[in-house]
Write a protein of this length. Structure first.
Length: 509
């Protein structure tokens, strides 16, 4: 870049070196760039089109520019070094791994450090004489195959051993999207990002965001067992009868982002039957023959589902080391998501009934408020089991626990998917909803609770029937944070009125 201090320093270094060897620099042939591959490519285009005569050699003051220039020339019929010598600077790993390897020069970092020490010393003790600092000279010269000298194969081999994969790539070059790269995968922080996600939904979102590491590809699908999160239903062989397509990615699609291509949670699920294998298999929209790579998704011996990579049959890229390690990262991330989900569920659910506890209730209420719709109402139905202490004292805690699970079953039967069912305490239960409700909706739910409990008694406990008291409150939604507490209090008061009325009726009898 013109008038950039580093650029001018490097040009001055070239001038000094040429002068030392009795050579001159034609100032008209100084070409400014940006130290990146693209600058070298632009110069290469001018040379190939005969719009610029470089003479015998091009001295590039960065290896990236030298790589861009060399590769462009070689791809367009100009032989390096036979037709034109090219040298670089900095001796970066990409230079020696290039084909042909770039002749370059290590930046004299030792000398720079020594000069820095001298400078600091002069500030501390201005009277002290500075120590002499030698220049590296030819010992920092790295002979590749672009200068016409005999290539230093020892240097090349050592550098290849140090750098078994590339880290930086010319991402603006069209061919980058036609290759997968292990270096990009290893340096992507994919593992850390995926394993640190707090929920399965976020985990799947981050997996979707990481699919760029597989480029090029046509389509990518992630299909998981319908019950993959339920660790109590782990399967060692095969897959669930019903699968969920949780991720779909089309490389050519412009509309990205997890709301469009991650199908998990909040009713976004896309189920299909295992016998279909993949909905896309029956699609007739593909104009070219396709290949589908099915890969098991598992953790150790636990089957979670499978991924599918789809390409045109003639696609140059085939799955290999990059894809295999990418899938390993997904396997580990999904198992971590399952473990976190199980811990969260244990902390938010009542062990006896499986209903939400108070912690889980608050989490779900917060989620309800975030997604509230216009003209919504709070609905709270409170149910209290009658005579739990008497049942425990006279018949044992097993009978008490049976009664509690029967109450829970009755509440579950009356709870919609967008509502929550809660065991808030020893014998207290809630159904909580936030939506459009009428008084009839409430009465219908209470009737379902009573009828279901009646059936539970007939099936499980005909001699010692379980009963409950019920109260409810229906209130317009308010952004006031204390509003739900007031709704709960009203439902609680009405439940006790119901309980008291039954006790009064019993005394009258």
């Amino acid at each position: 870049m013109k008038d950039y201090k580093i650029s001018e320093n490097r040009i001055e270094g070239v001038r000094r070196s040429l002068k030392k060897h009795n050579l001159t620099l034609d100032e008209k042939k100084i070409v400014y760039g940006d130290f990146w591959y693209t600058s070298g490519e632009e110069l290469g285009k001018k040379i190939v089109a005969r719009k610029f005569n470089p003479g015998d050699a091009v001295i590039c003051t960065s290896d990236h520019m030298a790589i861009g220039l060399t590769n462009y020339l070689c791809q367009n019929g100009v032989k390096v070094p036979e037709d034109l010598i090219v040298t670089g600077y900095e001796a970066i790993r990409e230079a020696v791994l290039n084909s042909p390897p770039i002749t370059s020069y290590y930046a004299d970092e030792e000398r720079t450090a020594a000069l820095a020490v001298n400078y600091l010393h002069s500030l501390l003790d201005p009277q002290e004489k500075e120590l002499a600092v030698e220049e590296a000279g030819e010992k920092n010269l790295c002979i590749g195959a672009t200068c016409g000298c005999r290539e230093d194969l020892t240097y090349t081999r050592d550098r290849i051993k140090e750098n078994e994969y590339l880290i930086n790539r010319n991402y603006e070059h069209r061919e980058v999207n036609q290759e997968t790269d292990m270096g990009i995968l290893l340096e992507s922080y994919m593992t850390e990002i995926l394993t640190s996600t707090p929920t399965p939904e976020v985990c799947l979102n981050k997996i979707y965001e990481s699919i760029y590491l597989l480029k090029p590809y046509g389509y990518f699908y992630l299909c998981l067992n319908e019950d993959w999160l339920e660790t109590s239903k782990d399967r060692i062989k095969g897959y669930a009868e019903k699968m969920h397509l949780v991720i779909y990615s089309d490389m050519a699609k412009k509309l990205h982002g997890y709301p469009n291509h991650v199908f998990f949670g909040k009713g976004r699920e896309k189920p299909f039957y295992l016998r279909e294998m993949l909905p896309a298999l029956s699609s007739d929209e593909f104009s070219k023959p396709q290949v589908f790579y099915f890969t098991p998704i598992h953790f150790y011996n636990i089957s979670l589902g499978y991924s599918v990579l789809q390409n045109d049959l003639c696609q140059k890229n085939k799955i290999g080391t990059v894809y295999r390690n990418y899938i390993r990262n997904i396997n580990n991330a999904l198992e971590m998501a399952r473990a976190k989900n199980r811990i969260t569920n244990l902390s938010e659910h009542d062990l006896l009934t499986g209903l939400y506890n108070r912690r889980g209730m608050q989490q779900k209420i917060d989620s309800m408020i975030e997604n509230v719709k216009f003209r919504a109402k709070w609905l709270v139905i409170e149910v209290d089991m009658d005579g739990l202490k008497i049942l425990n004292d006279n018949y044992g805690h097993s009978h008490g626990d049976l009664g509690l699970t029967m109450i829970a079953s009755a509440l579950k039967a009356a709870t919609r998917d967008d509502e929550i069912c809660v065991r808030s305490g020893g014998d207290e239960f809630y159904i909580i909803g936030l939506g459009r409700y009428s008084l009839k909706d409430v009465q219908d739910k209470i009737e379902v609770i009573r009828q279901t409990l009646k059936k539970e008694n007939e099936k499980n406990n005909p001699e010692i029937p379980v009963s409950c008291s019920i109260g409810y409150c229906l209130e317009n939604f308010s952004v006031n944070k204390g509003k739900i507490e007031k709704v709960l209090e009203t439902a609680d008061l009405n439940m006790y009125l119901d309980k008291r009325s039954k006790k009064g009726l019993a005394k009258a009898r």
